[in-house]
Design a binder for this molecule. Structure first.
Ligand code: HEM
Ligand code: HEM
Length: 210
């Protein structure tokens, strides 16, 4: 299989210079090379930075479950989780704003259409979870008397009332969405691994700066 790297081709029109990887499509016994457009550097940086931050935040959320409730330690850890969650949430909204103004490269036409539709659905749902997770957590916190103590230093007094039912709804949404999020991420990684093992369409390299 041929895999070359051609920097900044003149025929690619986009907001930023994109580059192209050459993947191969099987044509009978031969492998026919095809050009696959890559994501821009900004898209890659935002993707990998947030992927790391989100996986870390999920692990932190799970760790929280092992910290005994109604203890000073729990308050400290929960406030750290809320603080990193708010920062990640702001980064997510910045990424979303950037993404809405920058078109991603189209998936190669050589990919089966069901796979292209599945990838699109997976990405849309990942964005939905990326929005719901920090928002639900933040709203829940504001319907509890605790609010948010940013990095255990600055108190953000809650703007909502102390209401158990509203808190339970948004906290329940936060927890339930985390399971959907993990399932979608697992599917997303499995698809990326499949494309790395059978690299016919150059999918993984579209998101890698190598
Ligand atoms: C928390 C973890 C992750 C999240 C939330 C996430 C989210 C996303 C989203 C939303 C897109 C679509 C980008 C767009 O077109 O706007 C995307 C693309 C992509 N992601 Fe991830 N991702 C995560 C982790 C990973 C990991 C670990 C891998 C590799 C093993 C990976 C590989 C890719 C690839 C290759 C693409 C480009 C797919 C294409 O060519 O269309 N992602 N990711
Ligand atoms: C992208 C951002 C976030 C992610 C991925 C995330 C993820 C998680 C996860 C996986 C859990 C454990 C759920 C469980 O299995 O019970 C959790 C719990 C929690 N999160 Fe987040 N979180 C995020 C942002 C936030 C924010 C912004 C806040 C509040 C300002 C927050 C507040 C909480 C609280 C209070 C819990 C404990 C819930 C309980 O045990 O009753 N999270 N989070």
């Amino acid at each position: 299989m041929t895999r070359a790297h051609i920097a900044e081709p003149a025929d690619v029109s986009s907001h930023e210079a994109r580059d192209i990887v050459v993947a191969g499509v099987r044509a009978g016994r031969a492998v026919k090379p095809i050009a696959v457009e890559r994501y821009t550097r900004t898209a890659m940086v935002l993707h990998w930075l947030l992927a790391l931050a989100i996986v870390g935040q999920i692990a932190f959320g799970w760790y929280l479950q092992s910290v005994p409730r109604k203890t000073p330690d729990r308050t400290i850890y929960v406030n750290y989780h809320k603080s990193t969650g708010i920062i990640i949430g702001l980064l997510i909204f910045a990424r979303l704003a950037w993404r809405l103004t920058h078109k991603p490269p189209p998936l190669p036409a050589s990919m089966p259409s069901w796979e292209r539709r599945a990838a699109h659905a997976n990405h849309v749902l990942l964005y939905v979870c990326m929005i719901v997770m920090p928002l639900a957590g933040y709203i829940a916190s504001n319907f509890s008397k605790f609010g948010v103590k940013f990095f255990n230093r600055i108190t953000f007094p809650p703007w909502g009332i102390d209401d158990q039912a509203v808190y339970a709804f948004f906290n329940g949404l936060h927890v339930a969405t985390s399971y959907l999020f993990v399932a979608l991420i697992a599917l997303h990684i499995a698809a990326a691994i499949k494309h790395a093992l059978v690299p016919r369409h150059g999918i993984l390299r579209r998101m890698l700066p190598l």
